[in-house]
Design a protein around this ligand. Structure first.
Ligand code: SF4
Length: 228
């Protein structure tokens, strides 16, 4: 059983599949507290409704849509720090129905046996650290190496200032042969206004470093509205 905050139909807002109509399954709970997190309502592991994998799969079927995004919170990590019970089964059930499965994760836990078409990893840079919370997500190069060796992936970095590119480069130097085409930089923004203010700075960094620019389509279209 897993606790589910919301299941909704929208367009993928970030990454290589930006603009693709997708069903989003937002699971409850995250062990981290990123300073600028835009889904703080999904931090609590006891929030939402308890559903088993079959019920989640059934609800995703209400839309005739092949693309499913498992997100959170941190969908991979359960309350005890291990993989969320039922999660691996959920990915297998979705794939058995022919779904394209994207999993969003901070990249802090290696989980074998996932059935996953795209592991969307967003390693957290130093600026994610909240002064009021001591458990930072951080970046564990060893875990990232295992994840990118095991699954089709993209690496999405949230960028707040031009200096952040040094941290990105430092991390990438610790990983073997990452395809620059799989590295995306996206502006740190919770509102349409913030997105506009930082987009040009991030675009210039992408040009300089040879990484992809990652828009945040959902913020541009719907600003701070949930479930869109
Ligand atoms: S890991 Fe993701 S869900 Fe958790 S606090 Fe950070 S941004 Fe929010």
């Amino acid at each position: 059983m897993m606790r589910v905050i919301e299941i909704f139909y929208s367009l993928q807002g970030e990454g290589m599949l930006t603009g693709v109509p997708s069903v989003f399954v937002r699971l409850a709970g995250c062990p981290f507290r990123c300073r600028w997190c835009d889904t703080a309502y999904a931090w609590d592991y006891s929030a939402g409704e308890e559903l088993d994998p079959a019920a989640i799969v059934e609800r995703t079927g209400q839309w005739a849509c092949r693309f499913v995004v498992l997100t959170g919170g941190e969908p991979l990590i359960g309350l005890d720090g291990a993989v969320r019970p039922g999660f691996v089964d959920l990915t297998g059930c979705l794939k058995a129905l022919g779904k394209h499965v994207t999993i969003e994760t901070s990249g802090n836990l290696f989980v074998p046996d996932l059935t996953c078409d795209l592991l969307s990893i967003s390693p957290k840079l130093g600026h994610a650290t909240s002064p009021a919370f001591h458990q930072t997500p951080g970046c564990d190069p060893e875990t990232l190496c295992r994840l990118i060796a095991a699954y089709p992936y993209q690496l999405k970095f949230v960028i707040e200032s031009p200096q952040n590119i040094n941290e990105v480069r430092g991390l990438l130097r610790q990983l073997p042969s990452v395809d620059p085409d799989c590295v995306l930089l996206m502006p740190q923004a919770g509102t349409r206004e913030e997105l506009r203010a930082k987009a040009t700075m991030v675009a210039e960094l992408c040009k300089e470093a040879g990484f992809r620019f990652c828009d945040r389509l959902h913020i541009g279209l719907w600003d701070t509205l949930r479930g869109r």
